[in-house]
Write a protein that binds this ligand. Structure first.
Ligand SMILES: *Cc1c(COP(=O)(O)O)cnc(C)c1O
Length: 423
């Protein structure tokens, strides 16, 4: 009796969905640890941590307890003119894991708004100092969200047709892959040489929405260096990479040059509530600090720094820093490496890559099979009780850190079975 998923069809419009082609949804009624349960009681291992949010496991008891305690004490208060201990404690905890140059935190609601705030900070930084700089630099195939600013700097533009003429002005460069580092550097030097570049936004080392494409840390470090030399504000979009996924708290730790601005969301609130933070250096903040009211950052969301969301984020950071969670991260990282040894020479596998708990494989398929293969694979995984969302011809795993060895084995075995039976 598919009661919920049938009733869904009457009024609900789902994200990133062409409803005529994909009319069906699966109703999830509860979740625990690494497992989702649907309305028929069927279990699915959440192989992508529900878009890389619930890294400490669904309905984590510690997080639930902390959220509940806050709810009973303080639900919501305006964050202009007021503050609260949840936000202050969170700021202190975040400073303990962010790169050392980060000083100030600005709250918003999701990864897209975190990008938009970052972009506004970069543009107004120059404006406030009387400089006309109106160009942004971004990577080809980058993804920074779906609001207008974030969409403008995103390079994945297949579905952006109706909006493109309203976009910000963006210059795109390829990601540095090692062999093309010199070329990319020269391209960036050429662009910033014109003196009108305000900021450079990038996903550090892993482009999530572009199917977990990974690139060269040394190359990226050089690009950040060029920006620093030319007073171009650097923005690391750590919405996907943040909070331990790459094997470090933030992917920015892999580069010696640190960004001026970092955007965070997704695992920030451990999959419990929506919230985002854009952090920045003292230098960025100081460009807004003035006797002139118009030099302030006049951006604000009603639910900024919601106390319950702040408590959840604080609990998440405590979990991330615990010995137990660090061991889970090491265990999952080692487990992926072992699976990779076994699977990378499979005839249906073109290439594989891994950074921390992020694992991806490109399938060796003919172009004409691309289209429906993705849907077939998705269906096969779900039938076998594993939730994975292939992107094009890429299958990736980004499971909660707490996924058990047995659950990981089920994920690997299901992928291997799919390679043999579906691809
Ligand atoms: C998901 C994502 C975003 C957008 O976040 P939303 O919360 O979906 O708006 C931005 N940047 C990156 C790198 C992301 O992975």
């Amino acid at each position: 009796m598919k009661n919920i998923s049938e009733r869904d069809k009457k009024h609900l419009w789902h994200p990133l969905t062409q409803h005529k082609l994909h009319p069906d949804t699966i109703a999830i009624t509860r979740a625990k640890g690494a497992v989702l349960y649907d309305e028929d009681g069927k279990e699915y291992i959440d192989g992508i941590a529900s878009w890389y949010t619930c890294m400490y496991g669904h309905c984590n008891d510690y997080i639930v307890r902390k959220a509940h305690a806050r709810m009973q004490r303080l639900d919501q208060v305006v964050f202009s003119g007021f503050t609260h201990d949840a936000a202050v404690e969170l700021s202190e905890a975040l400073m303990g894991i962010l790169p050392g140059n980060q000083q100030k935190l600005f709250f918003s609601d999701n990864g897209s708004t975190a990008s938009d705030v970052a972009i506004k900070m970069a543009l107004q930084y120059h404006f406030n100092r009387g400089k006309k700089r109106n160009i942004l630099v971004a990577f080809e195939e980058g993804f920074h969200g779906d609001t207008f600013g974030a969409m403008s700097v995103s390079g994945l533009s297949v579905y952006n047709g109706p909006f493109e003429e309203f976009f910000l002005t963006v210059e795109r460069i390829p990601v540095p892959k090692g062999d093309n580092n010199g070329e990319v550097k020269n391209r960036l030097l050429e662009i910033v040489g014109k003196g009108n570049v305000a900021g450079f936004i990038y996903e550090p080392l892993v482009q999530g929405a572009a199917a977990m494409k990974m690139f060269d840390a040394e190359g990226l470090n050089a690009l950040i260096g060029i920006c620093k030399d030319n007073d171009v504000i650097t923005i690391a979009d750590e919405v996907m990479t943040g909070f331990g996924k790459t094997g470090r708290n933030f992917a920015s730790e892999y580069m010696a040059n640190k960004p001026d601005i970092i955007s965070m969301s997704k695992a920030l609130t451990a999959g419990m509530l929506p919230m985002a933070i854009t952090s920045c250096t003292q230098k960025v903040y100081d460009a807004f600090y003035s006797d002139d009211i118009s030099k302030g950052l006049f951006h604000g969301h009603t639910y900024s720094a919601n106390p319950v969301a702040c408590s959840v984020a604080l609990a998440g950071i405590e979990l991330l820093r615990s010995e137990e969670m660090q061991q889970h991260i090491e265990r999952v990282t080692a487990s992926h490496r072992e699976f990779d040894e076994k699977i990378r020479n499979h005839p249906k596998v073109a290439s594989t890559r891994q950074l921390g708990v992020i694992y991806a494989m490109d399938l060796n398929v003919q172009m004409e099979r691309y289209g429906n293969l993705r849907d077939k694979l998705f269906g096969f995984f779900m039938d076998n009780g594993v939730f994975l969302r292939p992107l094009g011809s890429t299958v990736y795993i980004l499971a909660p850190y707490v996924i058990s060895d047995a659950q990981l084995k089920t994920v690997y075995d299901t992928i291997e079975k799919a390679l043999n039976e579906v691809v």
